[in-house]
Design a protein around this ligand. Structure first.
Ligand SMILES: C[S@@+](CC[C@H](N)C(=O)[O-])C[C@H]1O[C@@H](n2cnc3c(N)ncnc32)[C@H](O)[C@@H]1O
Length: 190
C-alpha cells in the first residue's frame, strides 16, 4: 500500500523538526493492520513523537473510535496536535504518560513507545492501561541480543499476557501481545 496522506504529512513534520525516532514503516504498517481490526473501541499511544505512528493508526481507525496519544516534549506535542486538529476523535496530550494516561484508560490497542526499557519500574502501570483482550505493541527491539533483556523477560513471561517477538526487518524486532480476556481486568491475578 502507499503511505496514507496523514502519514505523509507526519513524515514531513518529522523532517521539519529534525526528529529521528519515529517508528519505521514496517511498524507503521503493523499498527495500521492492528488499528483496522473489527471491534476497536479505544486506542492509545505512549510517546507521540511527531505523530508518525499515530498517523498510521488514525488512518486505519473508524472515524468514531477515540485515539489518545501523549508526548512529553512541548514542541513535538504541539506539532502533532496540529497534525490531527481536524479530527475530533484524536487527542494529543502534552505531559508525562504516567500522570495523564490512567484517566484515559482502558485501551484495547496500545502502542508502547516511551519508557519501555524499564518494565521493572513501570511495566505494571502499562499493563494497568489495558482492557481485557487488549493488544499491545512495542518496537525497537534488537533481535538476538546475547544477554538477558528485562523488556523481553517482562512482556514475554507476563502471566496475563500472551506475547511473541516478531521481526519487523532482519535487524529490528517488535513484541506484540494480548491480554487474556478470560482472567478479567489486566494486572489482577486470575
Ligand atoms: C520513539 S519516540 C515516539 C515515536 C512515535 N511513537 C512514532 O511512532 O512516530 C518516543 C517519544 O516519547 C516521548 N516520551 C519520553 N518519555 C515520555 C513520557 N514519560 N511521557 C510521554 N512521552 C514521553 C519522547 O519525548 C519521544 O518523543
Amino acid at each position: 500500500m502507499t503511505d496514507p496522506p496523514l502519514v505523509q504529512r507526519a513524515l514531513a513534520l518529522e523532517r521539519e523538526l529534525g526528529f529521528e525516532r519515529s517508528c519505521i514503516r514496517e511498524v507503521g504498517l503493523l499498527l495500521h493492520v492492528l488499528a483496522a481490526q473489527r471491534g476497536r473501541t479505544r486506542v492509545g499511544e505512549l510517546g507521540t513523537g511527531c505523530g508518525v505512528g499515530a498517523a498510521w493508526i488514525v488512518s486505519a481507525l473508524p472515524p468514531t473510535v477515540p485515539f489518545v496519544t501523549v508526548e512529553l516534549d512541548e514542541t513535538r506535542a504541539r506539532a502533532a496536535a496540529g497534525l490531527f486538529a481536524d479530527d475530533e476523535n484524536v487527542t494529543v496530550l502534552q505531559g508525562d504518560w504516567h500522570e495523564l494516561m490512567p484517566r484515559e484508560a482502558p485501551f484495547d490497542l496500545l502502542f508502547l513507545d516511551s519508557g519501555k526499557q524499564h518494565p521493572g519500574v513501570d511495566g505494571a502501570d502499562v499493563v494497568g492501561l489495558l482492557a481485557p483482550g487488549a493488544t499491545i505493541l512495542m518496537d525497537d527491539l534488537t533481535p538476538k541480543l546475547p544477554d538477558a533483556d528485562p523488556v523481553r523477560e517482562f512482556w514475554l513471561n507476563h502471566p496475563q499476557i500472551a506475547a511473541l517477538e516478531i521481526l519487523t526487518t532482519p535487524e529490528t524486532a517488535a513484541i506484540v501481545g494480548t491480554v487474556n480476556g478470560r482472567t478479567g481486568k489486566a494486572g489482577t491475578a486470575s
